[in-house]
Design a protein around this ligand. Structure first.
Ligand code: ACM
Ligand code: ZN
Length: 766
């Protein structure tokens, strides 16, 4: 090989290089400009000259091979987008036709599209027909003109995915969704080239798959006698019977529907935990002699399958039918959240531990999974389970789905086991995707689209060799708080679209700005397709942040870039109002109204939020009694950040003390005249959060306990609703010492065993 240093740079070379570079840039620019809308972005697009006219008179070539199904799939989308269907023709026309051809030399998920002026020719690997269809319908739609037809720029597309497991999950146990919706969900997945549907078919709240050998699983186990209304913590349960299940005929129909769209269905049969619904039908497989019911509430329950011999017969006979119904290479066996409570005192389980020479109940769980794995392997299939299946030792051939962060996935890959990444931080689509107080109730968390898009499924902790075990990633839609099909769509879309590009497109080609522009174009496309997509990327998110001079400032942000205009005078903002360029400081309490503007039009929801401003705003807090590590409230800043919290996530925004008084000092920065102090707190006695017993204010011109003077509180401080207001006369101080008495101290009676929390939201000093 010639040494590179032999190359000598001269002006002519330099010019040629520059010229070449310019042409290269221009070609790329045109490729991007002409096709800025495809999601996921294909690996390679090369534009050539001319256009292919697409209209109702375009035909589909059926002369070479049987592509009737492809034509049907293509037409189902064309019909929605254009209102017409195209005809198949045999022999093929000499112009304006589309041809599909299977090519076994391509990788299974690889496809190539060549668009010329007279024809569109597609070659596809054996699992890639749907991928080519998805690209094609996007090309047709996004090049549609006012006449309702399209002029598609001539080009060649060469495309293949980066990851081989591109999955979405759906929990149909907490809430049940009918066959028509399962098909629609599969359609959504296939439209964005996902290839795996993890169907969470069994859980405590309902068994959803017909098993011929055990009919009570569905006649009894598919029904619960009530469901939770609202948040878990409110503990309201209705008495309405709720349930449903899929017959084996329906499952076969769905499996075949999915296969036609290159979606593999991975069924999940939960074991040994999350099994109350099954135990309600067949209580003989539990550790204790009892009667069980499908759960009405969400959570993790102590009653799990017993490890006695007959349970394994039961499980294997169920799995026998499951393996026959689903062609999937993988069967998901759950394995998560298994309390060992019952096993610890069950004679059968303790015998099992002894007879198998196991150390403890963790190893008993591993024994359970290994036995099931042996059975599934004997059917020519593999198991995949949640990352708890690592505990007590991984079964020899098991794949791991990493949900409690990435650690489980990393550990499994290091042990040379296949891994699907699905960490709560980026892949739980049951989390909030916008400001919780303005969103319907979700389970918690905050996983906006932009965060999903930033996900890299391959942990940097792994070596190149270990990285090969990361098959891909999966988004999970748990449905405790998702009750309707339309809500499933709102939670899944557009996060699934972001995940689809993360998993399909090489990382170096992923760019949020570019993606969010394409996603913006897709919103209308989704609407026409009848898909309910969240518009959260246009929401204005707010945050109170510490600013200079011991104050706070309001930071505004949107995921989609654009201009944010705002007002603090009550008017709805227009482009004539204040343009947001830096965090906003207030000098009095005000209601902020803000909205994102794209091309001078307001887009998305109007943010409307009151911010309080007083002498204490953003001032330094010194804790005398430190708050609980769970509710530290950003070292006191949350007490003075100007926001009266609301919404489902309110607790996490408060500062909390457990079984102790709250005690702290506020430094107002200078001596001020103090007339009134308002203390806002949470009152949620059901959840051990109590109003203050009393509040003692002390004032001083200097900091520190012994210096405190001018104590002017009264024992009869007025406690009302969710706040306390105390008024003062002739009070001048720089330091305000606040002690909020925890009622536990005073009412130390029989209920004293319970925790007693004080959760403070805001302190306003005027
Ligand atoms: C899970 O979220 N329990 C796997
Ligand atoms: Zn037992």
């Amino acid at each position: 090989m010639e040494k590179l240093s032999n190359y000598t740079f001269n002006r002519a070379n330099g010019f040629r290089l520059k010229y070449f570079f310019l042409v290269f840039l221009l070609l790329n620019f045109f490729a991007l400009v002409a096709q800025p809308f495809l999601i996921p972005q294909p690996q390679k697009i090369e534009l050539t000259s001319g256009y292919f006219p697409f209209s109702a008179s375009t035909t589909f070539d059926l002369s070479n091979n049987e592509e009737n199904q492809t034509l049907e799939l293509l037409n189902s989308k064309i019909k929605l987008l254009f209102g017409f269907e195209i005809n198949g023709s045999k022999p093929k026309f000499s112009e304006n036709f589309i041809s599909f051809q299977l090519n076994n030399e391509l990788q299974p998920e690889e496809y190539k599209i060549k668009i010329a002026e007279k024809s569109i020719s597609i070659l596809y690997g054996k699992k890639a027909a749907q991928h080519a269809i998805s690209t094609l319908v996007q090309l047709f739609y996004f090049n549609k003109n006012s006449t309702g037809a399209s002029k598609i720029p001539c080009m060649s597309v060469e495309d293949v995915p980066v990851f081989k497991w591109r999955g979405m999950h759906l929990d149909v146990s907490r809430h049940f969704f009918p066959v028509t919706f399962i098909k629609k969900y599969i359609d959504i997945l296939s439209l964005y080239k996902m290839n795996s549907f993890h169907w969470h078919l069994t859980d405590d709240q309902g068994w959803r798959i017909e098993i011929k050998k055990y009919p009570k699983l569905t006649s009894i186990g598919a029904w619960r006698k009530g469901s939770m209304l609202g948040r878990y913590r409110d503990h309201n349960i209705d008495t309405v019977s709720y349930g449903g299940f899929y017959t084996q005929d329906e499952i076969r129909e769905i499996v075949s529907y999915a296969a036609a769209r290159n979606i593999n269905i991975v069924p999940e049969i939960e074991m040994p935990g999350h099994s109350l619904a099954a135990l309600s039908a067949y209580p003989e497989f539990a550790c204790i002699d009892s009667v069980f019911e499908a759960a009405k509430t969400w959570g993790v329950f102590d009653d799990v399958y017993c490890t006695k011999e007959k349970t394994f017969v039961f499980m294997e006979e169920i799995l026998e039918e499951v393996c026959t119904l689903f062609p999937s290479e993988f069967i998901h066996i759950g394995g998560d959240e298994v309390p060992k409570t019952r096993w610890k005192t069950c004679p059968n389980c303790q015998n099992r531990i002894k007879s198998e020479g196991l150390k403890n109940e963790e190893e008993l769980q591993s024994y359970f999974i290994r036995r099931i794995e042996k059975f599934i392997n004997s059917k020519g299939k593999k198991i995949i389970g949640w990352d708890e299946i690592l505990e007590g030792g991984l079964a020899p051939n098991a794949a791991v789905m990493s949900w409690r962060g990435t650690e489980g996935g990393i550990a499994a890959a290091k042990q040379k086991h296949n891994v699907v990444m699905s960490p709560g931080s980026h892949c739980y689509f049951d989390h909030y995707q916008s400001t919780p107080e303005f969103e319907p109730i979700a389970i918690g968390g905050f996983t906006p689209v932009q965060k999903v898009y930033a996900y890299d499924p391959v942990p940097t902790e792994l070596s190149a060799e270990e990285k090969k075990f990361i098959l891909g990633a999966q988004g999970n839609v748990w449905t405790e708080y998702i009750t309707t099909a339309s809500d499933v769509e709102r939670m899944a879309v557009p996060r699934v679209i972001a995940l689809s590009e993360v998993l399909w497109t090489p990382k170096q080609n992923c760019d949020w700005e570019n993606f969010s522009n394409r996603l913006h174009e897709h919103q209308q496309f989704l609407k026409i397709m009848g898909i309910n997509s969240s518009s959260s990327i246009y929401d204005v998110l707010y945050k109170s942040i510490p600013s200079d001079n011991n104050d706070y400032a309001i930071e505004l942000q949107s995921q989609k870039s654009g201009k944010i205009y705002y007002t603090i005078n009550g008017k709805n903002p227009t482009t004539d109002d204040q343009l947001y360029t830096k965090p906003i400081k207030l000098n009095a309490t005000a209601t902020l109204k803000a909205a994102l503007f794209l091309e001078n039009d307001s887009t998305g929801k109007l943010l409307e939020k009151k911010f309080y401003h007083s002498l204490s705003s953003g001032k330094k807090i010194t804790f005398i009694e430190p708050p609980s590590s769970y509710y530290k409230g950003e070292n006191g800043f949350h007490l003075v950040n100007g926001i009266l919290e609301s919404g489902a996530e309110i607790r996490n925004k408060c500062t909390g003390w457990c079984n102790a008084d709250a005690e702290f000092e506020i430094d107002l920065g200078k001596i001020c005249s103090i007339k009134k102090i308002s203390v806002y707190y949470l009152n949620d006695k059901k959840n051990e959060i109590f109003p203050p017993q009393n509040i003692i204010f002390s004032f001083s011109k200097k900091s520190g306990g012994t210096e405190l003077k001018n104590i002017s509180h009264s024992n009869s401080v007025h406690i009302n609703g969710d706040h306390v207001i105390e008024e003062f006369e002739n009070c001048k101080a720089r330091f305000v010492h606040v002690r909020v008495l925890n009622p536990k101290r005073i009412t130390n009676n029989n209920s004293a065993k319970k925790d007693c929390w004080i959760l403070l939201d805001e302190i306003h000093i005027e």
